[in-house]
Design a protein around this ligand. Structure first.
Ligand code: NAG
Ligand code: NAG
Ligand code: NAG
Ligand code: NAG
Ligand code: NAG
Length: 627
């Protein structure tokens, strides 16, 4: 008899305990729960407003703690140059990112926002970061393992600024160098681009062998989420016009532009960005067959699909002509996160109304939000929403600069070396009485880095910390060798001085995106006249700093040695390492070098193939001791 009240009290206590625990315990907040359960639990708690907020990515320029909180914004970005002042410290970046994050963490469900940045050749918008060669140069190395290490270094430098998400790599297969983004492509050959997807395990970490195909992956808080872009056919547009139309059979699309996506998905890439371009006249941002049908259903990609910057607006021409239509077409095609990036209220109101009026089914919204939440849980964002300063030491570290220098050395392609193999000019003697260094790109970090460096378009001059090629030459020659730098020397000056030899560094100015589209591919003035003026009276090496092959045939006979250095980044020492023979030349062309632009497009394997230097060309030299 005395036991009954005890049992009763016991049950009562248990009930109370469960009630209290229920108030506090939420499956989605428990890191021990499987991700699928956490996603399901959280999605079940969300209102339409909260779901649509998750799908919205805004630029830093319009963000504030208040905005993050009020609109439940799921993601934000710092687009080329939209950040703290150009020379801001990593601590300033972290404070900025954490500030916005506090807005997100103060919402009802405390879903952290995901911050992304265009870390396309290192954490390239940030002052003092290590700037690695642009992808075309990495293609010349033919060294996927090196590219993987660059991915790992980039991840550390991105985390150094409190950011967990990089809009990289670009796995475009550029088929026409007139395209302004051609340097973002590793090669015209899909096999090389496929191999270079090793940057993904560099950025995100190695996916375990037993992982399910297509499931996003991140190895920990020293890694960053990657983006394979731009899906699909971005490098195949007519005449290389940026964002234009890729005319190709389905067979050619799958053969040339698609294969690197298979590799990226197998390697666990978390996100895929859609291309502005069209395929046979259909905007990729509206291509349901290729996004939902092929990418999500056939390839079983389980990460999220993100639009490009104002990608929905550009579905119509002119852009933003009918935003309602754009939202239906883009979200309907299967895009999960929308890089809006400014007028978020227009997007949020538009999408909300379309869902409420059944133009877009709730199942589409749930698919998008599930994918976004899956990625956020995968990368540990709920457990680690705020960055601390412990990783700032990685930004521009000596170790990373050494790695970039190695990449520069391996990216250089020697196209000509003296009149014949038994009269080589390279390796250049370190000991000489007087060497002339000339050219617009010899002492210019900004030119050497190219576009996507600090600013979106890049910028000539002292934009960040690094070693110019001139400084590298000075560091390398014998102490008694006199180096004379004259950017654009007068022909008489060259003639009247007795230079042992000359090193000319010329090329393209920095550019990115459509601003880089170019139909003549000539080296801008005064590059050509510097070559002709100097090479007329002294033995000369020409080092080209360009994002692509350029018109060089008219000057080739005058040039004694020719090096394609692409866009090497901050570590110019790598150029001198190889010119003076401390290391040999090993790079080979990742692209076909045309004779004249009217041959374009011309790619390896074409029936009519008459290049100046074929794809894969490159003279190999041995290192020399005691030079
Ligand atoms: C491609 O470029 C041409 C010339 O600028 C333009 O008229 C056309 O609309 C573009 N096509 C697409 C799909 O962007
Ligand atoms: C915009 O697109 C919507 C959806 O396709 C359509 O109903 C509407 O008529 C269009 N508006 C204009 C002004 O063309
Ligand atoms: C955002 O879009 C709305 C709806 O089209 C428009 O009324 C508003 O002026 C836009 N705001 C900005 C800042 O462009
Ligand atoms: C960059 O800075 C260096 C050292 O401060 C200076 O020698 C050089 O002239 C500067 N270059 C440019 C292009 O401003
Ligand atoms: C080549 O094209 C670029 C980009 O359109 C242009 O700025 C430049 O003036 C052109 N150069 C020549 C020599 O036509």
């Amino acid at each position: 008899m005395a036991e009954a009240p005890a049992v009763f009290i016991g049950i009562l206590v248990l009930c109370c305990w469960i009630a209290v625990a229920n108030a506090e315990y939420k499956i989605y907040q428990d890191p021990k729960q499987p991700i699928s359960k956490r996603v399901k639990d959280l999605l079940g708690r969300m209102t339409l407003e909260e779901k649509i907020g998750q799908m919205t990515q805004i630029d830093r320029l319009v963000a504030s703690e208040e905005v993050m909180k009020k609109y439940y914004i799921g993601s934000m970005l710092s687009a080329g140059g939209s950040g703290p002042p150009p020379t801001a410290s990593p601590q300033t970046w972290i404070d900025m990112v954490n500030g916005y994050q506090k807005g997100s963490l103060s919402t009802r469900l405390k879903i952290p926002m995901l911050f992304g940045i265009d870390a396309v050749h290192g954490n390239s918008a940030v002052y003092r970061a290590t700037i690695f060669p642009h992808n075309v140069g990495l293609g010349a190395t033919r060294d996927p393992e090196l590219v993987k290490r660059i991915g790992a270094a980039t991840a550390l430098e991105v985390r150094a600024t409190g950011i967990p998400y990089a809009f990289a790599p670009c796995i475009a297969v550029c088929r026409d160098p007139r395209w302004g983004r051609c340097y973002e492509s590793y090669s015209e050959d899909p096999k090389i681009v496929r191999a270079m997807t090793e940057i993904i395990p560099g950025l995100q970490g190695d996916i375990p062998a037993n992982s399910r195909k297509g499931v996003p992956f991140l190895a920990g808080q020293q890694k960053v989420l990657a983006t394979a872009k731009h899906y699909v056919g971005d490098g195949g547009t007519t005449k290389g016009i940026n964002e234009n139309n890729t005319v190709a059979s389905r067979h050619d699309l799958l053969r040339i532009h698609m294969p690197a996506y298979y590799d990226s998905i197998i390697k666990g890439v978390g996100t895929i960005m859609i291309s502005y371009s069209s395929w046979n006249g259909v905007k990729m941002h509206a291509n349901r067959d290729l996004i939902t049908g092929f990418l999500k259903n056939t390839l079983r990609f389980r990460g999220f699909v993100i639009s490009d910057w104002q990608g929905l607006d550009r579905i119509t021409s002119p852009p933003h002509a009918n935003y309602t239509y754009s939202i239906i077409a883009g979200v309907g095609a299967g895009i999960d996160m929308i890089m809006v990036p400014y007028n978020y209220t227009e997007f949020i109101d538009g999408l909300t109304s379309l869902v409420k009026n059944n133009f877009i089914p709730m199942s589409r919204i749930d698919d998008a939000v599930k994918r976004i939440l899956r990625v956020k849980f995968t990368i540990g964002l709920f457990e680690h929403p705020l960055a601390d300063y412990s990783m700032t030491k990685y930004l521009g570290s000596q170790e990373h600069r050494e790695l970039a220098r190695e990449a520069v050395r391996k990216s250089l392609v020697l196209l000509k070396n003296g009149e014949s193999a038994n009269k080589p000019l390279i390796p250049l003697p370190k000991k000489a009485s007087k060497i002339l260094v000339a050219g617009t790109h010899a002492d210019n970090i900004g030119n050497q880095c190219g576009g996507w460096t600090i600013q979106l378009q890049g910028q000539p001059g002292n934009v960040t910390v690094g070693t110019t090629i001139l400084t590298a030459i000075r560091n390398t020659v014998h102490p008694e060798t006199k180096i004379v730098f004259n950017e654009n020397p007068h022909p008489g000056y060259v003639k009247s001085n007795e230079f042992s030899y000359a090193i000319i560094v010329v090329g393209e100015p920095p550019y990115s995106l459509t601003f880089g589209d170019n139909t003549n591919l000539t080296i801008p003035d005064p590059g050509p006249s510097i070559i002709t003026n100097v090479c007329a009276s002294v033995k000369c090496v020409v080092v080209l700093i360009t994002g692509r092959p350029v018109v060089i045939q008219p000057y080739l006979a005058q040039i004694d040695a020719l090096v394609a250095a692409w866009l090497p980044g901050t570590e110019g020492q790598g150029v001198a390492d190889v010119l003076f023979g401390d290391y040999g030349f090993t790079g080979t062309l990742p692209r076909t070098w045309f004779k004249t632009v009217d041959q374009l497009p011309m790619n390896v394997g074409d029936q009519h193939y008459d290049p100046l230097f074929p794809f894969g060309y490159g003279l190999i030299t041995e290192p020399v001791r005691g030079n």
